[in-house]
Design a protein around this ligand. Structure first.
Ligand code: SIN
Length: 491
């Protein structure tokens, strides 16, 4: 696949600051590689603290006018942005597959998914209601209004290069905030193309600023945002250690935070489940994006009576998955993002096997395809002393753990510091209620593996973070409540 897009101008390699596409202050650049081949596909601005400061200056200047626009004016701009994203689906999907590796069909799906957040928050922009508080004291009228927080810093991961940044920028803009954003160093091109489309939609200068940075320089850029009191909120999707760092370092200016962090999702199959449906649900959730998804099941718990049957059904489906570069129209699993990722997956599988797990299918690198491919894998005999039980693998590996009863399943599922997503399959309606309330997670799939939606609140509990994205709740994270107490009334 080449970078031959229909619209070449969507390939942006500069920062967008104050409506201008600019080099990093010191002119530095860093390479973006295609994970399928390791080849360099572009060089983008390598921004640091000075660029982050310039972005904040622009966002702070743009804030008063953006805040004061009518909600329907903001909504109109978001709708135009949405229409442009949809109209440019093919180019965006191509860019995404090129820098992230996911099969083209999946990239197209992500464009639609990301765009759905923009459409959703365009509508929500016009529904930011306050409250008139029933009168409590004579002579006083009390009300609560919602106001935008100010400048928001959005820091996003590489696994969903378009959807994650769209679902942060769209609610921020809908609420009346202005944005400084930094996409992941592995996948800046899709995000920069999205920013170009926002500009084309007519977003005023300074309302959305975006910079690219390497891992090292990104730390300096984000440090500047952390220390800057004008940045009132940080919204971050990524690892738990980085989330904790942001929480610690933003304490000096007490910023509001939304942190969508690591997961270690359990997927429980009870012996009364529809096994075919459970396998289908697991295939959809586990192997989406090659297993590089925060809500991916990491631990599959199967009740003893159906363990072998489920394992066989699953292994047959997994062995049939087509692993290929994004250019192959039949590809279902692409390359992993980089060498670090593939090394981690291999280490998890080796550790499991060394501790007694059996490989039913997969269990090896596919070096004949390229440097970053790993065969979709099913492991049986998984136990809690294996790394796959306590660390997020972030790859196409399904380890099957055995359990005997509901109490044990719940205990094992919750035995983790994380709590982003959890899934279970059962046909017992009383059990549905018990298990749904017993699971410690922010997102629960009940007889369903595909849970994500712009209309639903997405976010975790425990060390998976806090804050919600999407849905009517997603807007509140960008608003603060102001209480108004007006005296001088004669009743
Ligand atoms: C994620 O992996 O962080 C997001 C997945 C989703 O939105 O479904």
């Amino acid at each position: 696949m080449s970078l031959a897009l229909t619209r070449d101008e969507l390939i942006r390699t500069h920062n967008l600051i104050d409506g201008q596409w600019t080099d990093a202050a010191d002119g530095a650049r860093f390479p973006v590689a295609n994970p399928a081949t390791g080849e360099r596909i572009a060089e983008v601005a390598n921004s640091g603290a000075a660029d982050a400061r310039a972005a904040t200056d622009a966002a702070a200047r743009a804030f008063p006018a953006w805040r004061d626009k009518l909600p329907r004016e903001r909504a109109e701009l978001l709708r135009r942005w949405h229409a442009l994203i949809v109209a440019n689906t093919d180019d965006l999907a191509k860019l995404m597959s090129m820098e992230q590796g996911k099969p083209l069909a999946e990239s197209r799906g992500e464009v639609a998914y990301g765009a759905s957040y923009v459409a959703w928050f365009a509508d929500e922009a016009t529904r930011i209601y306050g409250d008139l508080i029933p009168q409590q004291q004579r002579g006083k009228r009390m009300s609560a209004v919602k106001e935008p927080l100010g400048v928001v810093a959005a820091i996003t991961p590489w696994n969903f290069p378009l959807a994650m940044i769209a679902r942060k920028i769209a609610p921020a803009l809908a609420a009346g905030c202005t944005v400084v954003a930094k996409p992941a160093e592995d996948t800046p091109l899709t995000a920069l193309a999205l920013a170009a489309l926002a500009q084309e939609a007519g977003l005023p200068k300074g309302v959305l600023n975006m910079l690219s940075a390497s891992r090292e320089q990104g730390i300096a850029a984000v440090a500047d945002w952390l220390a800057d009191a004008r940045v009132r909120k940080i919204t971050f999707t990524g690892s738990t250690p980085v989330g904790k760092h942001l929480a610690r370092e933003s304490a000096g200016t007490l910023k509001k935070l939304s942190l969508e962090l690591g997961g270690n999702a359990p997927f429980i199959v009870f012996d009364d489940a529809d096994l075919d449906a459970a396998v289908t649900g697991l295939m959809a959730s586990k192997f989406r994006n090659g297993g590089q998804t925060c809500v991916c099941p990491n631990r599959v718990y199967v009740q003893a009576a159906v363990y072998e049957r489920f394992a066989d059904l699953l292994a047959t489906r997994v062995a049939a998955l087509k692993v290929a570069p994004a250019t192959d129209p039949d590809a279902q699993i692409g390359p992993m993002i980089n060498t670090r990722a593939i090394d981690k997956i291999a280490r998890h599988v080796e550790d499991a096997v060394a501790h007694g797990a059996k490989v039913l299918t997969g269990g090896k690198r596919l070096t004949e395809l390229g440097p970053n491919y790993y065969a979709p894998t099913v492991l049986t005999g998984a136990r809690d002393d294996m790394i796959v039980c306590c660390e997020e693998t972030f790859g196409p590996v399904a380890p099957l753990f055995r359990f005997t009863d509901e109490a044990e399943a719940l205990r094992l599922a919750n035995d983790t510091p994380f709590g982003l997503a959890a899934y279970f399959y059962t046909q017992d309606i009383a059990r549905i209620d018990r298990v749904a309330s017993g699971l410690e997670a922010g997102v629960i799939g009940i007889n369903e593996g595909a849970v994500s939606s712009e209309a639903a609140p997405f976010g975790g509990v425990k060390e998976s973070g806090y804050g919600r994205e999407g849905s009517k709740y997603g807007l509140d994270d960008y608003l603060s409540i102001k209480y108004l107490c007006q005296g001088g009334f004669d009743r």
